[in-house]
Design a protein around this ligand. Structure first.
Ligand SMILES: *Cc1c(COP(=O)(O)O)cnc(C)c1O
Length: 306
């Protein structure tokens, strides 16, 4: 049902003609029509844990791809899902993401920002389990150990690439890729958020994953983060970004999403055009999915992107 062996394909675009690079894309957007690619990767091992239990409880904001992915996965695999949503002013019909999650059978609980702030606390998880039974509590965005493990599977078998490129929210996906790299490879993350220190977060996750804080430093040379391509912040867009996504679609027939992969690809093109250190390199950009988010942004813009 989930096509984890998603294909890779080469990208041909006039903007790249003089860069001396070879760009390929890993089509994790094709893992499933409804379940965003990296969200499935991160959910997969939590779903295994949920077998024989009472369901999955997780957390997210109003436009969360993770909430959408969890709800759809629950419907497809017959797992009860509960979504704790940030903002008690919201309701199931507030936007496309929430109404789809609701119709997928997710029970949506709208909580104050204050209560949402407890989402990583064990005492809060205990309370959730008292109320909803023997559920698996999945961190926001599918982060955590199981999420990282799932992300280690993304570039498996693609040792011939020099550089891997991925969009970052929590940095969980990048951390999984980083752990799975061969010694000659490097991973670049493009942050979809304004502010926040993804580098520090990745180091923290590496330490937690190996249960050894002293190991963090070993990975510092193997990854870099660009944080100046956020276009004003999470889920903010402008006409430059939309024009770029349209041009990319025209030349490749691939839809990027405006929240994550559109900004990543814009930033990557900018770097490849202006930074000759990538010349001669074979690059693999990960299409992490997120295409469900297009509708929400189109609703906000009042126009179609594609
Ligand atoms: C959530 C998401 C990301 C960010 O993943 P993290 O593991 O949180 O860094 C990237 N791309 C898409 C399409 C996403 O939905």
């Amino acid at each position: 049902m989930f096509n984890e062996n998603s294909p890779i394909q080469q990208i041909f675009h006039p903007d790249l003609a003089d860069t001396g690079t070879e760009l390929w894309i890993k089509r994790d957007d094709l893992i499933h029509e409804e379940v965003s690619g990296n969200k499935w990767r991160k959910l997969k091992h939590y779903v295994e844990k949920a077998k024989g239990r009472d369901g999955i409880v997780t957390f997210g904001g109003a436009y969360s791809n993770h909430i959408a992915a969890t709800a759809a996965t629950g419907r497809l695999l017959g797992i009860e899902t509960i979504g704790i949503i940030r903002g008690d002013e919201l309701c199931p019909s507030s936007n496309h993401t929430l109404s789809k999650a609701n119709s997928d059978g997710m029970r949506l609980l709208f909580v104050t920002r204050e209560e949402y702030g407890f989402r990583d606390q064990l005492a809060y998880h205990k309370q959730i389990k008292q109320e909803y039974g023997n559920v698996v509590v999945v961190p926001e965005g599918g982060a955590g150990y199981e999420g990282i493990v799932g992300a280690t599977e993304i570039i498996r078998g693609h040792d011939d690439f020099d550089v891997v490129v991925v969009s970052c929210g929590t940095g969980t996906t990048l951390t999984g890729i980083l752990i799975s790299l061969k010694s000659h490879q490097h991973v670049i993350g493009f942050s979809a958020l304004k502010g926040g220190d993804i580098k520090e977060e990745v180091c923290r996750m590496i330490g937690e994953y190996f249960l050894d804080k002293s190991i963090e430093g070993d990975y510092l040379d193997a990854f870099s983060i660009f944080d100046e391509y956020h276009f004003g912040g999470y889920a903010k867009v402008d006409s430059i970004l939309i024009d770029f996504m349209r041009s990319f679609y025209q030349h490749t027939n691939i839809k990027l999403d405006p929240v994550y992969t559109g900004k990543m690809m814009f930033g990557l093109f900018d770097q490849l055009k202006n930074n000759n250190k990538y010349s001669g390199k074979k690059i693999l950009a990960v299409h992490t999915g997120g295409v469900q988010g297009i509708k929400g942004i189109e609703e906000k813009l009042g126009t179609h992107i594609f």
